[in-house]
Write a protein that binds this ligand. Structure first.
Ligand SMILES: [Cu+2]
Length: 150
């Protein structure tokens, strides 16, 4: 595993806004990405291929909601061996749609309240030191104390 395997995880947080707070994060190969649900409601984290529209059987997680501060949070952890772009969405709050040109992208589910943006994100797996430094500061904290809400 080496250095990347022992690097602290990168955290991605969710709350009642139905978005991934850090919707683009950068990790090294095999470094853990931990999704943290600070929402009272559940979410899923489902990898998909924009070129084919196929969902990923391995990158496919679900997290239960958390009542609020002081309660244990539910999490889902994923690691990738190979560099690349790992796209994902929440199938509770978004759905995949084929765009003109044949690219598949998540769209907000029409029945879901919240902002207009779909609940989706991207994990960049790379050894590029410059990119790895570009993560938002919140990825270093497992729980954001003031972020709970549903
Ligand atoms: Cu969701």
């Amino acid at each position: 595993m080496g250095q990347a395997g022992t690097a602290p995880p990168v955290y991605v947080h969710m709350n009642g806004a139905n978005e991934f707070l850090e919707n683009v994060v950068v990790v090294r190969p095999v470094q853990a990405v931990v999704f943290v649900d600070e929402d009272t409601g559940p979410h899923t984290i489902v990898g998909y291929d924009p070129a084919t529209g196929k969902t990923n059987q391995r990158f496919n997680g679900a997290v239960a909601g958390t009542p609020g501060p002081g309660h244990p949070v539910h999490t889902y952890t994923i690691r990738f061996r190979h560099p690349g772009l790992k796209y994902y969405y929440c199938s509770v709050h978004a759905e995949l749609a084929v765009e003109p040109g044949g690219v598949t992208q998540p769209k907000k589910r029409p029945t879901v309240h919240g902002f207009g943006d779909p609940m989706d994100g991207l994990i960049i797996v790379t050894t590029d030191k410059q990119l790895l430094r570009d993560n938002p500061a919140t990825v270093h904290k497992r729980i954001l104390p003031n972020y709970f809400g549903g």
